[in-house]
Write a protein that binds this ligand. Structure first.
Ligand code: NAP
Length: 335
């Protein structure tokens, strides 16, 4: 199998490149060489997918599969799709559940329409989810049944480059009383990048057509279960204090980012963890236990020494400062 990965050096693309090399595929990655080291064993092409002269390196090449992990602008995605149309490839495009028109006001069911967005939209023509839907169209208009659209849910695992689980794991390492947001039994859906990678490569090998919600089964974790997994992985002495959703909202704690993965009910939160995955499972998606993802992520952080370089320990925009957490816990006790 000859595989092209647009991207391939950070997180999901990296996991895909590693899995493809492991399967013995002949792997080419295409990226600007800014984000991370190349995976050993790949042919690494350097270029910006938004530049025609860079993309020209791919002209006339033949591939059995393309995995596109870094498409955010329909016009740009359409350009590479058209250029690769004659390559003979099956195209797997990494979209997001955010592309689903009815979500998060309603559950993201299988077969839902994407948000309205033309396939030639530019960067300023919509938000992340709108543009992802336009990118899906840019791919399917060219590749039709030779495409697999992967509407990914919340992705975790080694090499995570967002700062979600990585923040929580370093927080657990610090130990002591930890502010746990919301309620422990709230069902969530989490997926490991390595499981999405396997699904995409299987889909390419089998030529699976269609659009799939690709995430963990409903309730494959709860806030309580994966925080417990995180504490166990790190082996620190922590005490979780569960603090009400409403209280945190009242204290202007920012859902999703201040306390990563926390999404209180109401508005966007009611169906945040409600994506149907039956179609993906029928097409072969299998997912590992979240506890394994958490353990492996910690092992990777420990091996690489990954830490935040922010004085307050935040990873990118994720996490809260220790002083703010203490102040919230004090206010919670005094209420
Ligand atoms: N994280 C989540 O929970 C989540 C949830 C749903 C969906 N998703 C989707 O999953 C994907 C995650 O991607 P990832 O970061 O893990 O993929 P990745 O392939 O591991 O990393 C992104 C790659 O794209 C390359 N790249 C970026 N801009 C480029 C450009 N203009 N031209 C050529 N290469 C470019 C980067 O390298 P250079 O910078 O060196 O070029 C890097 O290799 C995204 O599409 C995201 O929307 C994520």
């Amino acid at each position: 199998m000859k595989l092209l990965i647009l991207g391939g050096t950070a997180f999901l693309g990296r996991a895909t490149a590693e899995e493809a090399v492991r399967r013995g595929f002949d792997v080419t990655t295409f990226n600007r060489g800014q984000t991370g080291p190349d995976v050993a064993g790949v042919e690494a092409l350097r270029g910006d997918r938004d530049r025609d002269d860079d993309l020209a390196q791919l002209t006339g090449r033949s591939f059995d599969g393309v995995v596109d992990t870094c498409g955010f602008v329909p016009r740009v995605v359409g350009k590479s799709a058209r250029l690769l149309a004659g390559s003979g490839a099956h195209y797997a495009y990494v979209s997001s559940i955010s592309a689903v028109a009815s979500w998060p006001a309603n559950p993201a069911l299988d077969g839902e329409e994407g948000r309205p967005c033309p396939s030639d939209a530019g960067l300023d023509d919509g938000d992340y989810g709108v543009l992802k839907a336009g990118c899906e169209r840019a791919v399917t208009e060219v590749f039709g049944d030779r495409s697999t659209i992967v509407r990914a849910g919340l992705i975790l695992g080694p090499h995570e480059n967002v700062g979600r689980l990585t923040w929580w794991l370093r927080r657990m390492e610090r130990g002591g009383e930890v502010l746990a947001p919301g309620v422990p039994h709230r069902p969530m859906q989490l997926i490991d990048a390595r499981d999405i990678a396997r699904f995409m490569l299987d889909s390419i090998e089998r030529g699976t057509p269609g659009t799939f919600n690709v995430t963990g089964r409903a309730g494959n974790a709860t806030m309580g279960s994966w925080l417990a997994d995180a504490a166990a992985a790190v082996g620190s002495d922590v005490r979780l204090t569960w603090v009400d959703d409403d209280f945190l909202v009242g204290q202007d704690v920012e859902p999703w980012t201040d306390l990563p993965l926390w999404m209180p009910p109401g508005q966007d939160g009611d169906h945040a963890w409600h994506a149907e995955t039956a179609a993906a499972q029928r097409a072969g998606l299998t997912t590992r236990p979240v506890s394994e993802t958490v353990r492996d992520t910690w092992a990777w952080m420990a091996a690489t020494g990954l830490r935040s370089d922010d004085p307050d320990g935040r990873f990118r925009n994720n996490g809260i400062a220790p002083a703010r957490e203490e102040q919230l816990l004090e206010a919670w006790r005094a209420r």
